[in-house]
Every structure is written in structure tokens, then in C-alpha cells.
Design a protein around this ligand. Structure first.
Ligand code: SF4
Length: 74
């Protein structure tokens, strides 16, 4: 699979989770385990630091997040 990043004037975009709205349903981890993980210590979902993100998978996670709390950011 080819990975690419959404480009905004050459700025690197990363997926971000709004933890204030996240219900910890772990749906994003099921869809994109290479991007999202559950941090047992903080009890929160976190985005794994990658040099490139699989846009299709992240977009799928965004589309399916029940709390609508995943978004692309700079
Ligand atoms: S799918 Fe959305 S609500 Fe569920 S754990 Fe991931 S970010 Fe949180």
C-alpha cells in the first residue's frame, strides 16, 4: 500500500484525537492499529509518532469515530 500525506502548503499533517470527547471505544485502533494505540498508564488513546500516516486508514477512522473527535492537524 502506498502512503501519502495530505499536504497543506507543504505543512506536515498529523492525526489528532480530542481526548475531551473520546469515549475510549477503541474503534480507531481496530481500523488503524499502526496509528492509534491505548496508553494504559494515561488511560487515553494516543497517536503513534510516524514519519508518514496512512491517509486512507486515518480517514476511515475519522469517518467511523462515534464521537467525531479525530481530525487532521498541522
Ligand atoms: S474511535 Fe473515536 S471515540 Fe473511539 S477511541 Fe478512537 S478517538 Fe476515541
Amino acid at each position: 500500500m502506498k502512503y501519502s500525506l495530505p499536504k497543506k502548503a507543504g505543512v506536515r499533517m498529523i492525526p489528532v484525537v480530542d481526548l475531551g470527547r473520546c469515549s475510549r471505544c477503541e474503534g480507531c485502533i481496530e481500523i488503524a492499529p499502526e496509528v492509534f494505540r491505548y496508553n494504559k498508564e494515561t488511560g487515553c488513546i494516543e497517536v503513534i509518532d510516524l514519519s508518514e500516516y496512512p491517509v486512507d486508514k486515518v480517514d476511515e477512522a475519522i469517518k467511523n469515530c462515534p464521537e467525531d473527535c479525530i481530525f487532521w492537524d498541522e
